[in-house]
Design a protein around this ligand. Structure first.
Ligand SMILES: Nc1ncnc2c1ncn2[C@@H]1O[C@H](COP(=O)(O)OP(=O)(O)O)[C@@H](O)[C@H]1O
Ligand SMILES: [Mg+2]
Length: 339
């Protein structure tokens, strides 16, 4: 039993509520991503679960036990940080085994776990190097190996890949996801990167200003964003959201709606529709992003491959009514209407 459950969690820094009544569960052996912009409270929630901060309200349960006031060392969690937190004067082997020594795991058991973990993350030939002699990706692997040898059922990761370049980030993302499944870890993974969230998560918890904005499977958040914020946080380029009053088009079923949202990949170039001027054309190989302007408002269209469209062209964009998202004045989703 290693699921995590938090209920009404609160953390206050002076007058500011960094975490404001947050509740969610992470099923045993599943991966939840805590997603949101910088400063929204992700790290604070992780640290409250690990016991590195104390809660001002609410409860943390791990494996059904209330651990809200329990010492961090007794919560059976491992933690991986963005900074890797390696000891510079210790070699890879000693860095990996440090926690086990502190916990007085016996030497033969330590050795067995080291061999297993080093193999899983491909560090066998680097065990005698110091952190300074490793690349960023290799350092991150040492931090992962430390988690593996700890054999803790719950793993908390705080932006573990932020210091890596894009290609390595994609590789390490796959590696972490594979380890999570192989070891059947209950994982809470913090990131501000929606691509990491979309590609890894069983469940995404989207945070904004210390509160949950939306929670669910990645596809649910992408296809049914419950707010303008969620609509624009997930997806690159973000969803186009335009005030209904600003567009030369009629929209069906718009009772109570103030804004219209359409994803860039759902816009198509057409003979009729919304008139736009092309401001820029970003060719990216497999696709092209067109930056468009309608009555002074920017919007983007994503089309496959290359296009003949050039800056300065005027054209029309159209969309399928089923691809429209409607939001009210405050940015809340207007209930999907049955046709
Ligand atoms: N030790 C602290 N003292 C005061 N304010 C803090 C402290 N730690 C974090 N905060 C504030 O709490 C808010 C949430 O921070 P954090 O959880 O680190 O956000 P995130 O990880 O999502 O970027 C921020 O406004 C941050 O400045
Ligand atoms: Mg953080």
């Amino acid at each position: 039993m290693s699921g995590i459950r938090i209920d009404g969690l609160v953390k206050q820094w002076g007058d500011m509520r960094a975490v404001d009544e947050v509740s969610f569960s992470v099923g045993e052996g599943t991966l939840t991503v805590l997603l949101g912009p910088s400063g929204c409270g992700k790290s604070t929630i992780l640290r409250l679960i690990a016991g590195l901060e104390s809660a001002d309200g609410g409860r943390v349960r791990i494996g059904g036990d209330d651990v809200t006031r329990l010492d961090p060392a007794r919560r059976r969690v491992s933690m991986v940080f963005q900074s890797y937190a390696l000891f510079p004067h210790l070699d890879v082997r000693e860095n990996i085994l440090f926690g086990l020594k502190v916990r007085r795991v016996d030497a033969s058991e330590r050795e067995a776990r080291l061999v297993e973990a080093a193999k899983m993350v491909g560090l066998e030939s680097l065990l005698h190097r110091k952190p300074a002699q490793l690349s960023g990706g290799q350092r991150q692997r040492v931090a992962l190996a430390r988690t593996i040898v700890s054999k803790q059922p719950v793993c908390l990761m705080d932006e573990p890949l932020s210091n890596l370049d894009a290609k390595l980030r994609a590789e390490m993302r796959d590696e972490i996801h594979r380890l999570q499944r192989e070891l059947n870890l209950t994982m809470l993974y913090v990131t501000h990167d929606q691509i990491e969230a979309m590609s890894m998560a069983d469940q995404v918890v989207l945070l904004r200003d210390g509160r949950i904005e939306q929670i669910g499977e990645p596809a649910w958040l992408y296809e049914h964003p419950q707010s303008e914020f969620a609509a624009q946080f997930l997806g690159t380029p973000p969803m186009n959201v335009l005030p209904l009053s600003s567009i030369d088009a009629t929209v069906a079923g718009a009772d109570g709606a103030a804004k219209l949202g359409v994803r860039p990949e759902k816009l198509r170039l057409a003979d009729t529709g919304l008139p736009v001027e092309v401001a820029a054309v970003d060719y990216m190989g497999a696709e092209t992003v067109l930056r468009l302007v309608h009555r002074g408002r920017a919007l983007m269209a994503r089309v496959e491959g290359r296009t003949h469209v050039a800056p300065g062209d005027t054209l029309h964009v159209a969309w399928d009514p089923a691809d429209v998202h409607l939001f009210d004045e405050r940015g809340r989703r207007v209930r999907d209407r049955k046709a």
